[in-house]
Design a protein around this ligand. Structure first.
Ligand code: NOJ
Length: 721
């Protein structure tokens, strides 16, 4: 259908029919949905099956006055039937091509059931692990998040939305939803333009460039203006400046919430405010007091523009030509191939936080498997309540893989309760075991929407269990499953071997066993810093340079002169940016991780040491290269990361920021050359000193830090003039 046909259709619509196209009704009962669609409703959230969506499409096409097919939306976040690792875990894989494959799998499964529109990926930058939704995004870093957002959009949408394996993607939550005050979901955000441009908006800009069909408005305020009513950002930046021509959808009841935000007196006023700000589709129940008179308060051209965007999306999806799906081809179960894919992804998401050589396990004869995750099936993570295939248990998978070993499965403690009476039995069993595998963590329900926590330690008595096992002297491994970084300070020094496995999805137990036995290399890297204490939050590696950087932290002791309270001795250290009662930096930084293999890095080199700004503006780039050799007797993955340090800038720059990375498998003895392009996009930043922000590269010296972890970087300088 051409734009002319869309215009023609809009000309024939009543005001009510236009409004119908501008709503997605949230989880209606099937019979109610049919009634609403017959009356002209444009989109429905929550399709139970291919047959049900076909019957709704039939009502739309055959029984509604204009015969416009419906959009069927759903939160397909990390899988539909076959559940992939949670997005935070996918980020830990540092493997964008794999993220694309996982999204393509999810899209094919969901579209086969009639879903056409997903509310994913989450493009929010998360620097506060108290916020439960960190699980749904790609962590704290702008470049990593933008890269993964692009990868996911590509996977969902493919090259052609009419394909029966594609979904329209929605980048959410526009914008800065990841920075709520206090880490409490839905709370207000006060971000400067400098922060918005350089941090929060960037992944959305990437999504728009990648052709994402939708963008969802966030629940939060930005500088006092709720995003559902934020004309400056929804229309000014997203649509006018970036040229986004897709659909801006509201979050569930986000328009209605404008009343609770106290920026609208009633629902009708809220609807007017939201559409005038640039919203195109309202998600929720139909607003109760929306009269025709209220609708006429919205500028007619704005209303028509919103309707045109919705119809154009339906057209892009091919729904006007064929709105139905083949009910016989509906995918309702994971296939062997899809299971293999998510198993590999779950293993690649694992991050080896520490290893004293206990991993991989080899062929132990007596194994104790303990902790609440030992025998649990809760591996899917947030957002899988709809259709996801259940996962098995780690204990069962270990039994399958170690048929000759004696396995004792003793959970010892629960996830949350304070009952530690099972710990002595675990200790007794550990004494006569070759190795103990402690499967600990946060159950899925503790992360996700409306699941913020103020205490990020392992809940219940799990820490006691770890300390008790450590006391036996038997080698042991801690496998942590969680939807966020945890605070592990109270036990980590007692636990020399720890793997972060996140929530890995349908095949998580098999993948964890693959990692334990060394079939897969847990060479992921942390996509978010793990704090030492909740008191350090928000925490992220790319913080601004302070005028008073500290070199020591945690100097508080019984002797008050140590902290420079008296006498001149410590004055230099006293007035620096730190906590007196905490060591400097996080427990584990962003980018931290390791491998079962060992690697030696050469020195980084640049293709040239000097480049002119004008050349960068014209598209020139410098390459930085590094040789890495696998010095071990096994294959393994290295993840080479490149960070830029802008030595002197006109705005205090972050200490470093990631600009490139690559994960590659190296065979024993293999030397591989990693090469990265560094150009304008990598060296510049958004300058917000004038009404219209500009992306600038300032002349001066840049240090490029290259290596496998932040702690082991080597640097090389580049002069820009
Ligand atoms: C609220 C969430 O914030 C959003 O991400 C989701 O897409 C909608 N609910 C619909 O479930």
């Amino acid at each position: 259908m051409s734009m002319d046909r869309i215009r023609e259709l809009i000309d024939r619509m009543t005001l009510r029919e236009k409004l119908g196209q501008l709503q997605i009704v949230f989880r209606p009962k099937l019979e109610d949905a049919a009634e609403l669609v017959r009356a002209g409703l444009g989109s429905v959230f929550w399709p139970p099956s291919a047959a049900a969506t076909n019957s709704l499409q039939r009502v739309a096409v055959e029984e509604s006055r204009l015969g416009i097919p419906v959009l069927v939306g759903l939160d397909v976040i990390h899988g539909q039937r076959t559940i992939a690792p949670v997005p935070l875990a996918q980020a830990a894989g540092f493997d964008p091509a794999l993220v694309t494959e996982l999204a393509a799998l999810a899209a094919a499964e969901a579209r086969s059931g009639g879903v056409t529109w997903t509310f994913s990926p989450m493009a929010d930058i998360s620097r506060d692990p108290r916020w439960g939704r960190v699980v749904e995004g790609f962590g704290e870093d702008v470049h990593l998040t933008s890269t993964m957002v692009r990868a996911m959009v590509r996977g969902y949408q493919g090259g052609d939305l009419t394909s029966r394996t594609s979904l329209a993607a929605t980048a959410k939550h526009f914008v800065a939803y990841g920075a709520p005050e206090g880490g409490r979901d839905y709370n207000g955000v006060d971000a400067s333009d400098h922060q918005l441009r350089n941090v929060h908006l960037e992944p959305f800009r990437a999504a728009v460039e990648e052709g994402a069909a939708g963008v969802m408005a966030a629940f939060n305020t930005v500088a006092g203006v709720p995003m559902h009513a934020n004309r400056r950002l929804l229309t000014g930046v997203l649509k006018d400046e970036w040229g986004f021509d897709g659909v801006v959808v509201g979050d569930a009841e986000g328009v209605r919430n404008l009343v609770a935000h106290r920026v609208a007196g009633d629902e009708a006023a809220a609807v007017v405010l939201a559409f005038e700000a640039g919203l195109d589709v309202e998600m929720g129940g139909a607003p109760a007091d929306l009269t025709d008179e209220a609708l006429t308060r919205i500028d007619g051209r704005r209303l028509d523009d919103a309707v045109a965007r919705v119809l154009a999306l339906k057209e892009r999806l091919g729904l006007f030509d064929d709105p139905y799906v083949d009910e016989d081809a509906e995918i309702t179960e994971p296939s062997a191939r899809s299971r293999r894919l998510v198993r590999r992804a779950a293993a690649r998401a694992c991050v080896l936080l520490r290893n004293d050589g206990t991993l991989p396990l080899g062929s132990p004869r007596r194994v104790v498997v303990t902790g609440p995750y030992a025998d649990s099936t809760d591996h899917l993570g947030a957002w899988t309540q709809y259709f996801g295939a259940r996962a098995g248990t780690i204990a069962d998978r270990l039994r399958d893989r170690l048929p000759d070993a004696v396995l004792e499965i003793l959970p010892g403690v629960g996830f949350l309760d304070e009952d530690g009476s099972g710990i002595p039995a675990v200790v007794a069993a550990a004494h006569s075991a070759d190795v103990v595998v402690i499967c600990a963590g946060e159950p899925s329900a503790l992360s996700g929407e409306a699941a913020s926590r103020s205490d990020l330690r392992l809940p219940g008595r799990q820490e006691d269990l770890i300390r008790a096992v450590a006391g036996t002297g038997t080698p042991f491994v801690v496998v942590l499953e969680s939807g966020r970084p945890l605070v592990v300070a109270d036990w980590i020094e007692h636990a020399p071997t720890v793997v972060a496995a996140w929530h890995g999805g349908t095949e998580a137990p098999a993948a964890i066993v693959d990692v334990l036995l060394g079939d897969e290399d847990p060479a992921g890297r942390l996509p978010m810093s793990w704090p030492r204490s909740v008191g350090q939050i928000p925490i992220h590696y790319a913080h601004e340079n302070t005028g008073r950087p500290a070199t020591t932290g945690g100097t508080l002791s019984a002797d008050e002169t140590d902290v420079g309270l008296h006498g001149p001795d410590n004055l230099q250290d006293k007035f620096t940016s730190k906590y007196l009662d905490l060591e400097l930096g996080p427990q584990f930084s962003f980018g931290h991780g390791s491998s079962y293999a060992t690697f030696a890095c050469g020195s980084p080199t640049v293709s040239r040491e000097h480049v002119e700004c004008s050349a960068l503006d014209a598209g020139a780039a410098v390459t930085v290269s590094l040789d890495v050799t696998n010095t071990s007797a096994r294959s393994g993955d290295d993840v080479v990361q490149v960070y830029v340090e802008d030595v002197v800038a006109s705005v205090a720059p972050p200490v470093r920021r990631l600009v490139a990375f690559e994960r590659r498998t190296l065979t024993p003895g293999e030397t591989a050359s990693f090469t990265f392009e560094i150009g304008r996009d990598q060296l510049g930043f958004w300058m917000t000193d004038a009404a219209q922000p500009r992306f600038v590269v300032e002349p001066g010296v840049f240090r490029l830090h290259v290596g496998s972890t932040l702690a082991s970087m080597q640097s090389v300088e580049l002069l820009v003039s």
